[in-house]
Design a protein around this ligand. Structure first.
Ligand code: ADP
Ligand code: MG
Length: 508
């Protein structure tokens, strides 16, 4: 007898339908899986065999062939256990075929017949829903699947529970309810930071226009503190953004507690992170840190300490908002539109600007240290600021009054202006950081005085075309924060101040 159970494979966060076809025929007893399975899928065999034995059924002493169709789609991961087991059970006549055909199933089996959580339940549930099918997923992930508003979700904890459900004519397993959204994480507030007015202003501009920002300064000046406060300044995610971010986190197996992600992610990978950890991929296709930071903030502390190759690999995602991960015979694409906050010491010891603390190799050591970051990488960062050591007078002063909420209010207004502007222009972007070339010239063309200043500065600083556009982009955001319709000289002047002299490399 043959049976078919539907399941899925993932290509990035895209869901591809896969059929598990099971044929039980006469011949020498065997159990074979075909159809481009990877190692984890091949291991399914042993888990399915053990799980069926554990619930007292055991495999029939016949020739069992499992085909995962279509054969040209790479099947990765352990979530094929449950559909394979269900296929075998259906072919054995234990589970009725007409009941199972209305479902998409995924889950990993334990040797004792328990069903363990797997990655990708949320996108699978959404795909099943679109196909007007129910979803069978691991018990602990019922809350995650229910978010898709599925037509019917079954979340059994064990294989036996599922069999009993079907044997009992259905209705034995209660449909799960969507997991509650956790309270907003106690995000740190901007008012904890004393002094550093320039840096705070730059952070506000970064938030308002979605610009990448690089902070350079000695250790302990508050760079990490500033970076952690950026998500609190950004506008809340829309429902659509929230769903997309949740799908990425689900495919990565990171969706904690089965709830969707409502708050902008903040990811701060260590500088020893590998290419696979940061960009994605590896032995099993998984989104990397830059995709987990999608629609949120990626904080790279000690930027020059990162592996140079890894940093260079960030250039393309920074431009396209996508991470492309090579696989054996194909590639997977994950969304990766994040806001980069980078921090670095000016030199290895960190005290370049302080003659009392600086080491004997200054300033040569700073040149060497900073040259670890390539020009094209610097080029993709709109705002460059210095974060000097905190003034002792500022430290002993009472804390500043302005909270993150107040700044976020101004940011939200500036964002609304940008959304309206780009909608009117018919551009598929929502913030100034994504504007470029002709569009930028059109929406951020400065008045005559501003133009004169910009031309003069471009000549003096030997600005590249890219550098020129960067100034315009930042100036546009500064004008938006003010609610000014046109970019004026003051906006250009302030934007010019967020450029920095690179030792040995002239103005960047
Ligand atoms: N501007 C500041 N206002 C208040 N505390 C500060 C400030 N800058 C630094 N600190 C204190 O110093 C510690 C280290 O700051 P951190 O942000 O980690 O510095 P950096 O990342 O620049 O090395 C913080 O935990 C905080 O206690
Ligand atoms: Mg730090």
């Amino acid at each position: 007898m043959t049976a078919v159970v539907r399941t899925v494979a993932f290509a990035g966060i895209e869901v591809l339908p896969v059929e598990v076809q099971v044929a039980i025929g006469n011949g020498l007893p065997s159990f074979t899986i075909v159809g481009l399975p990877d190692k984890a899928v091949a291991e399914s065999r042993e888990r399915v065999r053990a799980a069926l034995t554990a619930i007292g059924l055991g495999l029939p002493p016949k020739r069992i062939t499992i085909n995962l169709a279509p054969a040209d789609v790479q099947k990765e991961g352990s979530h094929f256990d449950l559909p394979i087991a269900l296929g075998v059970l259906t072919a054995m006549g234990v589970v009725p075929l007409d009941e199972i055909s209305g479902y998409v199933a995924l889950g990993e089996l334990g040797l004792d017949g328990s069903i363990a959580p797997v990655a990708g339940v949320l996108p699978a549930a959404i795909a099943a829903n679109a196909d007007e099918r129910g979803l069978i997923c691991p018990g602990p992930q019922g809350g995650e699947a229910a978010w898709a508003g599925s037509t019917g979700v079954l979340a059994p904890r064990t294989l036996l529970e599922l069999i009993n459900h079907f044997k009992g004519g259905g209705g034995v397993l209660a449909p799960p309810t969507p997991a509650a959204i956790p309270e907003a994480p106690n995000s740190p507030d901007l008012k904890d930071i004393k002094g550093q007015e320039t840096a705070k202003r730059a952070l506000e501009i970064a938030a308002a226009g979605g610009h990448n920002i690089l902070m350079m300064g000695p250790p302990g000046s508050g760079k990490s503190m500033l970076a952690q406060r950026l998500p609190g300044l950004l506008p809340p995610m829309t429902a659509e953004e929230s769903l997309q971010v949740s799908m990425i986190h689900s495919v990565a197996g990171h969706l904690a507690g089965g709830s969707i992600v409502r708050h902008r992610p903040f990811r701060d990978p260590h500088h020893s992170a590998s290419m696979a950890a940061l960009v994605g991929g590896g032995l099993r296709a998984r989104p990397g840190e830059i995709s987990l930071a999608h629609r949120g903030v990626l904080f790279l502390d000690e930027l020059p300490e990162f592996n140079r190759q890894v940093l260079e690999a960030l250039r393309q995602p920074l431009e396209t908002g996508k991470a492309v991960v090579a696989r054996a015979n194909t590639h997977a694409t994950y969304p990766a539109r994040f806001q980069l906050v980078a921090a670095m010491n000016p030199c290895r010891c960190g005290y370049l600007s302080d003659p009392q603390l600086a080491c004997s190799k200054a300033p040569k050591c700073a040149e060497d240290y900073q040259s670890k970051i390539s020009g094209p990488m610097f080029d993709r960062i709109d705002l460059h600021i210095d974060v000097p050591a905190v003034d002792p007078l500022d430290m002993s002063a009472p804390p500043p009054k302005e909270t993150s909420a107040v700044v976020a209010g101004r940011v939200a207004k500036a964002r609304e202006i940008q959304i309206a502007r780009y909608k009117a222009e018919g551009a598929a972007i929502t913030c100034n950081a994504e504007a470029d070339g002709e569009l930028l010239e059109k929406v951020a063309g400065p008045d005559a005085e501003g133009r004169a200043l910009l031309t003069q500065a471009a000549e003096k600083m030997r600005l590249s075309a890219r550098g020129y556009h960067r100034i315009l982009r930042v100036a546009r955001t500064i004008a938006d924060l003010e609610g000014a319709a046109n970019v004026k000289r003051v906006h250009i002047a302030e934007a010019l101040s967020y450029r920095r002299v690179m030792p040995g490399r002239g103005l960047n």
